[in-house]
Every structure is written in structure tokens, then in C-alpha cells.
Design a protein around this ligand. Structure first.
Ligand code: NAD
Length: 312
């Protein structure tokens, strides 16, 4: 897995003094410690497993695919549109330098299209023999104020972010139940991780279609988890906060926008796709075997009501 690290050289200007919330709030980003993603050992915790990662030619999905491949899984990198970014992701996963790495292949399919999803799972079974892990990651935004939002914008976001996750989850469950547990591979018959958002719980004005889709993912995930737990199938969500990807470029590219963004993040750094990938690898592994029906927020504290940093 790629590592991002920078020397932690920029000290807090008032180091040693008590860190009150008011002081934290007043610090400018260039006065805060540099972003440091810790170096982590890559362990082959997914050795022999087969994973489909949707929307994996960019951003979070791409990082998860590369991370899972490095951890030993064979991965299908699902994408729509231009195949060049997907092939580049296959290339990076294949040359990640981990001796236990799995295989990576790319597959084009629109997750909101029932027949294309069915065909994607058929292709994965043909290529890999089965599917052990589904990462329901594909998603998009089409933002507008409620009075200006078109039905097409509403339907597009619900269609990809919610219906797409349902269609892929249904195919995955069918395959997990058909095959059952293979103890030598995993003590679960299958794992699904839905990439949700902090907006499954935080309302988001101007993004009602997106927030509705992620709120829907939350109860869909929990209901599926309850239904299939007796079959040793685990279903969970990851709720990212602000992660540096193309979907939210406007929020981090310009320094002014980034400064505003940090007001919402108690940990005072934007998340990196690898932050999500590491957690996804662990959550899909047997190390997380007793976890089902829950959302793991990976958000630097965004869901901690940062507006209350300075008291209510
Ligand atoms: P991204 O735009 O890089 O990734 C989204 C991917 O989904 C793209 O590769 C896109 O081509 C793909 N996609 C879109 N429609 C598709 C379809 N119909 N079929 C298949 N693939 C399709 O952005 P990202 O930030 O990596 O987003 C990944 C997931 O993370 C999304 O579900 C998003 O809602 C969620 N998320 C992101 C953030 C963040 O801050 N970046 C925060 C919370 C949640």
C-alpha cells in the first residue's frame, strides 16, 4: 500500500501550554502539525480472498483495491467510462511490491444497471471462481437547492448511491449463500462493506439527494446485516468524513476552502484515501469477525459536533 508521510516538523506555536479548544480553533493550518500518515506494515490478511470493488478507478475505491490486492486478495476493479484510469489502477495494484499480493483485473459496469451488475458477478466467478468481499463504493453527487433540483438529479444519485449498492449486495449475498464458509479462506461466508458517509447522520443542505442516499444506505446495510448474519455473512459500512479525492476537490484544492474545511475536522487534517483503505482491509479480514451491522466513521472527528468545540 502506498505510504504518505512527511516529517512532523511544524510545532504548535504554543507548545507546552494547555491546549484549549479556543486556541485550536484559532490556529491557521500552516501552524498545525504536518500531515503524517503513519507507516503501516502490510500483512496478507486477505490471502486467497476474491473482492469486487465498485467505482475503483479513482479516489477511495482505487486505494481500497490497491490495499486489498497488497493484502493478498484478487481484486476486480469496477469502473464506468474511460478505461485508462482503471487500467492504471490495475497496473499499480499489480506492482505494489508486496510479495503476497493478489491479482487485479478491471471490469466496466454501471452499478445502477441490473443486467450489468449480474454480468459483473458472473465475470468475477468465471475469473476468480467466487467472490468473498464486496466493497460497495461507487457514488456521485449532483448538488442543487431543493427548489432547483430536477427529478433526473434526484434519480441519478439515488440510482447509483443506493440502488447500485442494493443490486451489488444482492448478487454478493446470492454468491455467499451458494458457496458457504470455506474455513481455510475465512471464517465468514462473505463480507460486504458499504462506503457510506458522515452524511448518513449529518444533514446536508443543498445535497438532499446525496444525504438521502447515504441515510438509505445506513438502514439498508443494517437490515441486510440482520437478515444474513445467521449465514455467517458480515455487512458493515464505512462512513468517511472529508477525504482528498476528485469528488470534493473544491473543498480542499484552494487554501481558503481548505481552511474552512478544517473548521469541521477536530483532527485538523483532511483524510487520505489510504486512511479508508487500511480500515477496509481490516474490516474485511477475520480480525474483524465479530463486527456486523455497524458503521465505522473515519472522519477525524467530523461527527463530534465540531461547532461545540468551544462549549455550547
Ligand atoms: P470518486 O469520484 O473518486 O469515486 C467515485 C467513483 O464511482 C468514480 O470512480 C466513478 O467513476 C464511480 N462511479 C460513479 N457512478 C458509477 C456507476 N454508475 N457505476 C460504477 N461506478 C460509478 O470519489 P470518492 O471520494 O473516491 O468516492 C467514493 C465513495 O466514497 C462514494 O460513495 C462517496 O459518496 C463516498 N464518500 C466520499 C467522501 C470524500 O470526502 N471523498 C466522503 C464521504 C463519502
Amino acid at each position: 500500500m502506498s505510504q504518505t508521510s512527511a516529517p512532523n516538523s511544524t510545532p504548535y506555536p504554543d507548545a507546552g501550554k494547555p491546549m484549549t479548544s479556543a486556541r485550536v480553533r484559532d490556529l491557521m493550518p500552516d501552524q498545525l502539525p504536518n500531515i503524517v500518515m503513519p507507516e503501516c506494515e502490510v500483512r496478507p490478511v486477505l490471502k486467497g480472498q476474491k473482492a469486487i470493488i465498485t467505482g475503483a478507478s479513482s479516489g477511495i475505491g482505487r486505494a481500497i483495491a490497491i490495499g486489498m490486492c497488497a493484502a493478498g486478495a484478487d481484486v476486480m476493479i469496477n469502473f464506468v467510462g474511460d478505461d485508462a484510469p482503471a487500467l492504471a489502477a490495475v497496473e499499480e495494484a499489480t506492482h505494489c511490491g508486496c510479495s503476497n499480493r493478489g491479482r487485479a483485473i478491471a471490469h466496466c459496469a454501471d452499478v445502477s444497471d441490473e443486467s450489468q451488475v449480474t454480468e459483473m458477478f458472473r465475470a468475477a466467478r468465471e475469473e476468480f471462481g467466487t467472490v468473498d468481499i464486496l466493497i460497495n463504493n461507487a457514488g456521485l453527487q449532483q448538488d442543487a437547492a431543493i427548489e432547483d433540483m430536477t427529478l433526473a438529479q434526484w434519480n441519478k444519485v439515488i440510482g447509483v448511491n443506493l440502488t447500485g449498492q442494493f443490486l451489488c449486495a444482492r448478487e454478493a449475498i446470492r454468491e455467499f449463500k451458494r458457496r458457504g464458509v470455506r474455513r481455510e479462506i475465512s471464517c465468514a461466508a462473505g463480507k460486504i462493506i458499504c462506503i457510506s458517509s458522515v452524511h448518513e447522520v449529518i444533514p446536508w443542505a443543498g445535497h438532499i439527494n446525496y444525504a438521502a442516499s447515504k441515510g438509505g444506505v445506513m438502514l439498508m446495510m443494517k437490515s441486510i446485516a440482520q437478515e444474513v448474519a445467521p449465514y455467517r455473512i458480515r455487512v458493515n459500512s464505512i462512513g468517511p468524513g472529508a477525504i482528498r479525492t476528485p469528488i470534493n476537490r473544491a473543498a480542499w484544492e484552494a487554501p481558503e476552502a481548505y481552511r474552512d474545511l478544517l473548521k469541521l475536522i477536530p483532527y485538523k487534517r483532511i483524510g487520505e484515501p489510504e486512511d479508508i483503505a487500511r480500515a477496509a482491509v481490516w474490516l474485511a479480514s477475520d480480525e474483524a469477525d465479530y463486527i456486523t451491522g455497524t458503521t465505522l466513521f473515519i472522519d477525524g472527528g467530523m461527527t463530534l459536533y465540531p461547532g461545540f468545540e468551544a462549549g455550547g
